[in-house]
Design a protein around this ligand. Structure first.
Ligand code: TNX
Length: 776
């Protein structure tokens, strides 16, 4: 005992001497301090540290100086040091960029020892990535734009060998639905480079705005870049502007802007892929030059959603192709990208069917139908693009009617198009809605700002694998990589765009960079916390949705007992909760396991990190009711696609959300719901509530009637109450409870019938969605 004290004291003494001599000891790191995203291929960790000082030299051979700016800028701001770039290495205290021509383009190694840091790469891009890794090893305050005092700029001694799994690591920005200024694009390029992403796809053309200056066709930007300002309205509630109305919302990039964007991206190892949509999503072009459409009808640039898209280019006229070739010629001069994106999605060909020019084309080219006319269109564009030494890429609709030889496919309607195209020997980029649509919600709708729809939480992005199980090695070789798409119908400003992009971009970056074996959600969820700290310093409005608490309710089928689990995307989250309405603090009960609920209960819960609340507070009242866990028999059963927890789901107290895919909704297609609940004993009943959802855009309509009947023997039922509601057009997604008040009475069996609208005004069959029958 005594002797170990003496040892401790002498250690302290020794340390004091060290400090006294100005030789402060370097930071002691542990393996978990290496928080690089995307996770490098191999990391060897050694105890020790390299310290940056104002005398650290950056040793650069040849003409690689410009790559050093990432690190030099950071140190000049956060430490107020102007680190010197030299061409020969001093004895120690330097970062050296060392060339190795034998390496792959984007690969690098990073060797940190106590006295030096060496990055080895084939050239610019590898050095950039090595330096970005050094940046991520440094304390998070390196991101500061202002001087930070009292920081030891130490990094752990590691040896990293790193290279990407895929060569296309993309991010698409829809700059048409929302116009982003050049500065925002440049700032996005910085963020892409930070995560070693290498492709920026600019969606420059869509119905709601043409965004690139084309010298030969000035009206494309004079007219096509602006729309009547209805930004205050819901995207799908914006009215069709009158001809001649003043169009003030919009903007475009001049050719000088584009050159600047491309040059900046190139300096960061990023290729910019332009997308010039065709044959649909081009009302902005037709508003500028009506002669590009079949019937030359003058139109305005729409201010919001258009569906279906029928005003499209006319492939019957040669002048359309002349126009497009001229546009693409200017585009190819501006963008060195090997790939030129021509869109190709969502064309409704009603005009083509009746247009005399299109009909003539179909006949002359011996085409079977208008689908083949689309493929004729794409084939012609492909010939033009490949004759210019470039490669056409388009959305997976370009597969319909036969794919042009040499074309590459961007698979967005799931992985299917990509599988098909790779099988036929075409290159593909996977961007399935299921994993890469950043306009989808990333948390529960109640807690999120309005988004397009869908549900894509951080962990789901992380799961993304562009190579689908079952692909042959040959097919897998055709998978260039993956990409996140940021469609901006519901992103009115930069702050919202950032919210939807970060941190999901980090999950995407790891999904397309790191090997399968190196991907580990638990590990990522710890590293991403340090990224949040960096984003905080950078002033990025990232989403904390991954910290939302969600619930999972289970009903014991035997005894009807209801138990609730609290969940979070991060498996090791510290969740605190209360069940009596009391406020949550760090001293509130820590969640450990599911709890039983047998009365109406107000749940509050929140995730904590280092003693502080993060993310939004979860609040939910579980309205316990008399039928919870009681047997339900269907007289007319739900549809296979929407089973919402099956029989027990109707009486499990869990309400559905606005997201009709959330697993709580039972659906009936053109058909009625009829069920009987057995209360298992005579029960006093005075009110029955049926929870419903309407989302007419998705074909889901409120019931037109809910009827309740009661019985004591389960055989003869007596009418007890009914509510009716007529159809009303509704552009919003909406929840509604149908309440049937009864005169208080006793019964054992309750029959509930909800009547479907059956045939909606738009034709087809109506969906009807029900989440719960509440008995009080
Ligand atoms: C479909 S993805 C579209 C876009 C929309 C997006 C909304 C694709 C090729 N077309 O025009 O913005 O859905 O998620």
């Amino acid at each position: 005992m005594m002797s170990s004290r003496i040892v401790q004291f002498s250690w302290l003494f020794f340390l004091l001497i060290l400090v006294g001599c100005g030789e402060e000891s370097k930071t002691t790191f542990s393996e978990t301090d290496v928080k690089i995203i995307p996770r490098p291929s191999e990391i060897q960790f050694k105890e020790g540290a390299f310290r940056f000082t104002k005398d650290t030299k950056i040793v650069v051979a040849n003409d690689q100086t410009d790559v050093t700016s990432v690190l030099l800028d950071k140190f000049s701001k956060a430490a107020a040091w102007d680190l010197e770039v030299v061409d020969t290495a001093p004895k120690n205290n330097f970062v050296q960029l060392s060339l190795d021509a034998a390496m792959e383009d984007e690969a690098y190694t990073l060797k940190v020892s106590e006295d030096k840091v060496v990055i080895t790469a084939k050239g610019k891009v590898g050095f950039l990535y090595g330096l970005e890794s050094v940046r991520q090893l440094l304390p998070v305050s390196i991101e500061s734009n202002e001087l930070v005092a009292n920081v030891n700029w130490d990094i752990p001694t590691v040896e990293i060998t790193d290279s990407p799994r895929f060569k296309w690591r993309g991010f698409m920005m829809d700059v048409s639905r929302h116009f982003f200024d050049k500065e925002y694009i440049l700032a996005t390029i910085d963020q892409l480079a930070f995560l070693k992403m290498n492709t920026l796809h600019l969606h420059l053309v869509d119905d709601q705005g043409w965004r690139i200056e084309i010298k030969k066709y000035p009206k494309l930007t004079e007219v096509g870049a602006f729309r009547v300002d209805q930004e205050d309205k819901h995207w799908d509630a914006r009215f069709t502007p009158e001809l001649g109305e003043k169009a003030t919302y919009g903007g475009f990039y001049t050719q000088e802007d584009i050159k600047e964007i491309v040059a900046y991206a190139t300096s960061k190892g990023i290729n910019v892929v332009p997308e010039i949509e065709l044959p649909a999503h081009v009302m902005s072009a037709i508003a500028s030059y009506p002669e590009l459409s079949c019937f030359q009808k003058p139109i305005m640039v729409p201010s919001g959603g258009v569906w279906p898209i029928t005003e499209i280019y006319c492939p019957g006229k040669e002048t359309t192709f002349e126009f497009l070739e001229n546009v693409l010629t200017e585009v190819m001069e501006l963008f060195p990208s090997q790939y030129i994106h021509v869109g190709g999605d969502e064309a409704t060909k009603t005009n083509w069917k009746v247009c005399p020019d299109c009909k003539r084309r179909v006949k002359e080219e011996d085409l079977a139908n208008v689908e083949e006319l689309q493929s004729y269109f794409i084939r012609r564009m492909e010939r033009f693009i490949s004759s210019n030494g470039r490669t056409l890429i388009g959305w997976d609709e370009i597969l319909e009617g036969g794919l042009a030889p040499g074309a590459a496919v961007m698979s967005w309607r799931g992985f299917k198009g990509g599988i098909e195209a790779s099988e036929a020997g075409h290159d593909v980029v996977m961007t399935p809605t299921s994993h890469s649509y950043f306009d989808y919600y990333q948390g529960s709708r109640e807690a999120e700002p309005m988004a397009w729809g869908g549900y894509l939480p951080l962990s789901k992005v992380y799961e993304f694998d562009p190579v689908v199980e079952g692909m042959t090695p040959e097919q897998a070789k055709h998978v260039l990589g993956g990409q996140a798409n940021m469609w901006t119908e519901f992103m009115p400003d930069n702050a919202q765009a950032q919210y939807m992009t970060y941190p999901r971009l980090a999950a995407m970056a790891e999904a397309v960079w790191s090997t399968k074996a190196n991907k580990d959600w638990v590990d990522f969820s710890q590293r991403v916390v340090s990224l949040f700290d960096r984003y905080d310093i950078m002033g990025i409005n990232y989403a904390k949705s991954a910290y939302q608490v969600t619930t999972e309710v289970n009903v014991d089928e035997e005894n009807g007992a209801l138990s609730i689990a609290l969940k979070n995307e991060f498996p090791e989250a510290d969740i605190r909760y209360s069940l009596d309405g009391s406020d949550i603090t760090v001293a509130s009960k820590k969640y450990a396991k599911p709890f039983v609920v047998n009365k109406t209960t107000e749940i509050k819960a929140q995730v904590f990190k280092d003693g502080t609340p993060v993310g939004v507070l979860f609040e939910k009242t579980i309205n316990y009711h008399k039928a919870v866990g009681k047997p339900v028999t269907y007289l007319n059963k739900y549809h296979d696609s929407y089973q919402g927890g099956k029989e027990i789901g109707m009486v499990n107290v869990v309400r559905g959300s606005m997201n009709f895919h959330d697993g709580q909704w039972q659906g009936w297609l053109g058909d009625h719901m009829a069920l009987v609940i057995d209360m298992e004993a005579p029960t006093a009943i005075e009110k029955i509530t049926v929870g419903t959802l309407e989302n007419q855009g998705s074909g889901i309509y409120f019931p037109i009637q809910v009827e309740v009947m009661l019985s004591s023997d389960g055989k003869t039922f007596k009418n007890a109450g009914i509510v009716k509601r007529g159809f009303a057009a509704n552009i919003n997604s909406e929840l509604k409870d149908f309440v049937v008040d009864l005169e208080k009475q006793s019964a054992r069996y309750i029959k509930v019938i909800a009547t479907n609208l059956s045939t909606p005004p738009t034709g087809g069959k109506a969906w009807m969605f029900i989440d719960e029958v509440i008995v009080e």
